[in-house]
Unconditional design. Structure first.
Length: 252
């Protein structure tokens, strides 16, 4: 019973962050499943992809009702991401692990820098013109991160949508969920054999994600855009700090 409760709490936290910030949750979920859920990394990765599909669908429904999704942007970026992920994964074996880690840290620092700047002021519901060329480029970058580093990339997509595409943060959060969904579906297709792994009580992660993703949408619609930005900034700083600590103190 205690094990089921742990997985429910992990699913609730990941689902809430997905609905609140538009991140897939894998960058947070996988460490939680490994260190607190006692899962091996392969089972955690499969659980994370299934979680992202379920949580993204739940959060997309909530944000669609709020008018926070631009479908053409999400679909175009998602398809570009699948393409970028395929080619990046193909060449990733030729890149040393420490180089991949440096790339990951550099991307996080880039996202932090972007989040330190104020976003443009938009009224909710205001039409935002978006050119497709930058959308495709952002999608390719997001996919490359997934293929190279094995992370969903939602933590960088939201800042890029805000500061390169000029989207208000609520639109960026809602639309990024479409990108996360397409990427996760492609990942599940690529790991079809792994889905048969016995995940046991970890399925409770998915159960916890469904209502909490809706709660995240509800919360996001009722707090200031600047506060959403600070929450994402805090999460990225925590991840970067943990990576630096591991690199300096644990690996020496």
């Amino acid at each position: 019973m205690a094990e089921i409760l742990v997985f429910l709490i992990i699913g609730c936290l990941g689902g809430f962050l997905s609905g609140l910030l538009g991140i897939g949750g894998g960058v947070v979920l996988i460490p939680l499943l490994v260190y607190f859920g006692g899962m091996d990394i392969n089972s955690a990765a499969v659980t994370s992809m299934i979680f992202i599909v379920v949580a993204s669908v739940s959060a997309i429904i909530g944000h669609f009702r709020l008018g926070n999704i631009i479908p053409r942007v999400g679909i175009a970026m998602g398809l570009a991401g699948v393409l970028g992920s395929f080619f990046a994964a193909y060449f990733s074996g030729a890149i040393a692990e420490h180089i991949l880690q440096i790339i990951f840290m550099a991307v996080i620092m880039l996202a932090i820098v972007m989040l330190l700047f104020r976003e443009r002021e938009h009224r909710h519901g205001e039409e935002t013109a978006v050119k497709m060329a930058p959308v495709v480029l952002v999608g390719l970058l997001k996919g490359a991160l997934t293929g190279l580093l094995g992370v969903g990339g939602g933590f960088i997509v939201v800042p890029l949508m805000i500061y390169l595409l000029g989207l208000p943060i609520h639109y960026a959060v809602g639309t990024s969920l479409v990108v996360n969904l397409l990427s996760a579906l492609a990942g599940i297709g690529g790991k079809a054999a792994g889905i048969s792994l016995f995940l046991g009580p970890a399925w409770w992660v998915v159960v916890g994600a469904i209502p909490c993703a809706q709660l995240g949408c509800f919360t996001a619609a009722r707090i200031k855009p600047s506060f959403l930005r600070y929450i994402l900034l805090f999460i990225l700083l925590a991840i970067l700090t943990a990576m630096v600590y591991e690199l300096v103190f644990l690996r020496g």
